[in-house]
Design a protein around this ligand. Structure first.
Ligand code: ZN
Length: 403
């Protein structure tokens, strides 16, 4: 049996003013598991979502695999107007083969009804014709029986697009990636109202700090957020006039825009930690680039800031992967193992004796353990004369010192 690290992060992340929240669970014990799904506060919808997730998790637990098995459940959450919300749950299971599945729910709060495509599109026959044409162009060897009987069970909708998903195994058994088509809403007649809201754009950058070449410096990094703990971490950092670098998971960005803006406003940095926390070494070039690029897009959309740093999930990467992006891969030399040891004293023992000038410390956002130790870490290092910098600033200083 392969010796693998144990990572158990169970976080309940509270959302914005409408009380939406996000549940995330990352586990690296005997399997690599990353599950994220939204809590919408619409009971009947949340029951469906959690029911689906539990069922997928239980099915996965009963599977066997010769290599470390992997379960990824990721989501999209979309709003059409103030009444209609749309959720997709994508399940990817990697055992000896890779299987992708999709489940979607679209719900109208005003009449307490789950919506089908017939409730949304007025001329489904015309749409059906266009979709089949499109699929045949893209997937020339698609299963004709399936195409002629598409039931359109899987779709999501927002204020711009209707997205139709197809379970890959149904299109053609050897496709293992999820197939979907985005159809602009303005190209069809709709039976629902669409509320197009323009989001105000903000452009943020990291505030510069006063650090000289001779200073002892250290960079704190926080992975797996943003989360309900992000603001608490920022509170502690502020108290010690410190900053950190937050490697965020793309699918969470939209739920915590305000926290991310605050992160930048207070002199901390945001880095990219993939879109849904899959093990990257198993992905193709295109899949890896999609993980990186989707996260970049989310961060830019939320904050106007373009990250330049990337931290690979589970610390796993290859030189080939590094060549697939312009972002700088950042690992760490001091590991708090906060997710594993949990106790404040052990976290301090893992960090404090091992820090030297130029160190990058790994902690996690989304867990209470590291947060409990953070204040002691900051005060100890500050007393020892360390200045806190972002990873970008640290890399810049290293370059200046070498020149
Ligand atoms: Zn991570």
């Amino acid at each position: 049996m392969k010796k693998i690290l144990i990572l158990l992060i169970c976080i309940l992340l509270m959302g914005c003013e409408d009380k939406k929240s996000l549940v995330s669970y990352i586990n690296q014990d005997e399997a690599l598991i990353s599950i994220s799904y939204p809590i919408t506060n619409i009971n009947v919808l949340d029951d469906k979502i959690t029911g689906y997730v539990h069922q997928a998790y239980n099915e996965f637990k009963n599977m066997s695999s010769s290599d470390v098995p992997e379960l990824n459940i990721s989501y999209t959450y979309k709003e059409v107007n103030t009444d209609i919300v749309s959720v997709s749950l994508q399940t990817e299971i990697v055992t000896d083969k890779r299987v992708n599945k999709i489940k979607t729910f679209t719900y109208n709060k005003s009449n307490d009804k789950f919506l089908t495509m017939e409730d949304i599109v007025s001329d489904l026959d015309a749409l059906d014709y266009d979709i089949k044409k499109e699929l045949l162009i893209k997937y020339q060897d698609a299963d004709m029986d399936y195409l002629s009987n598409i039931s359109y069970d899987y779709f999501t909708v927002d204020d711009e697009n209707l997205t139709i998903y197809f379970n890959p195994a149904e299109i053609k058994s050897n496709y293992d990636n999820l197939i979907y088509l985005d159809i602009p809403l303005n190209s069809m007649d709709l039976l629902i109202d669409v509320d197009k809201s323009e989001e105000e754009k903000t452009y943020l950058s990291i505030k510069k700090k006063n650090v000289s070449l001779d200073d002892k410096v250290v960079a704190l990094t926080f992975d797996d957020g943003p989360s309900k703990y992000t603001n608490k971490i920022l509170d502690v950092l502020k108290k010690y006039d410190a900053c950190g670098t937050f490697f965020v998971v793309g699918n969470r960005v939209n739920f915590y825009k305000e926290q991310l803006k605050r992160t930048l406003n207070e002199g901390s940095e945001i880095g990219n930690h993939s879109y849904d926390h899959k093990l990257l070494t198993r992905l193709s070039k295109e899949e890896f680039q999609s993980e990186v690029n989707k996260t970049q897009e989310q961060i830019v959309k939320a904050t106007g800031f373009t990250p330049t740093l990337f931290r690979p999930t589970y610390g796993g990467y290859t030189n080939t992967l590094k060549g697939y992006t312009d972002l700088t891969f950042v690992l760490w030399d001091v590991d708090s193992r906060d997710w594993q040891v949990k106790s404040k004293d052990k976290i301090l023992k893992n960090i404090l004796p091992n820090v030297k000038s130029g160190s990058i410390i790994l902690m996690h956002d989304g867990l209470p353990y590291g947060l409990n130790a953070l204040e002691d870490v900051l005060s100890d290092l500050k007393n020892k004369g360390y200045k806190f910098v972002t990873v970008s600033e640290l890399l810049e200083l290293k370059k200046l010192r070498e020149s």
